[in-house]
Design a protein around this ligand. Structure first.
Ligand code: GAR
Length: 208
């Protein structure tokens, strides 16, 4: 069974590109059915169209958070979306949206949560002086960068790292992490218990 995924983005869309590559290679039990963005020039819209995926800019101008999210839900529902995947989506989702897709929204954050939530996790990691940072794929709850963790991939901070060099390495890790986490999530069907996940098919959720 193939899960229909809806991707929402504000940005470049590179994670989307790698998700689509995995999908097209047949390694992901998912099909991206629609891509939505809150920025008209989001790279994600262009990448989606390259792959023949319906892609729409939904203009947030003058709309409240719930009003806007209802527009997103209408688009996602029309395509039968079962799993929502956020890639660099910078608007905070309304409780209405989070409840509508309860435990069916995934996000990727460029740090090992719960460290360095929020904006510019790369500078936060460099300023703090950590030796390791990384990326986290988690289920979205009503708090920002907070829900139960599906998968993490560590990245070493090097002595001469700049913001850009660290960012580039973390983003390379993300391109492997996100498709892998989506596959784990779809196949493992985890149930949320507080902050932890109980996997239905244990052997598939194990990391190699
Ligand atoms: C990714 O690095 C992702 O971790 C980050 O935005 C970037 C999107 O890149 N998300 C967050 O910081 C969310 N808190 P992309 O548009 O090229 O996929």
């Amino acid at each position: 069974m193939t899960t229909t995924v809806g991707v929402i983005s504000s940005g470049r869309g590179e994670n989307l590109r790698y998700i689509l590559q995995e999908e097209r290679s047949g390694r992901l039990p998912a099909r991206v059915g629609i891509v939505l963005a809150d920025q008209s020039d989001a790279g994600a819209l262009r990448i989606a169209r390259e792959y023949g995926v319906p892609a729409h800019f939904i203009d947030p101008a003058g709309l409240g958070r719930e009003e806007y999210d209802k527009l997103l839900i209408a688009q996602l529902d029309a395509k039968g979306v079962e799993l929502v995947v956020l890639t660099g989506y910078m608007r905070i989702l309304s409780p209405l949206f989070v409840r509508y897709y309860k435990d069916r929204i995934l996000n990727i954050h460029p740090a090992l949560l719960p460290s360095f939530r929020g904006m510019d996790a790369f500078s936060q990691a460099l300023d703090y002086g950590v030796r390791w940072t990384g990326t986290t794929v988690h289920i979205v709850d009503e708090d920002v960068d907070h829900g139960p963790i599906i998968y993490q991939r560590p990245v070493r901070v090097l002595k001469n790292d700049t913001h850009d060099s660290l960012k580039a390495r973390i983003q390379r890790a993300e391109y492997k992490a996100y498709p892998r986490a989506i596959k784990m999530f779809i196949e493992g069907k985890p149930k949320v218990q507080g902050r932890t996940l109980v996997w239905q098919t244990e052997e598939k959720s194990e990391e190699k």
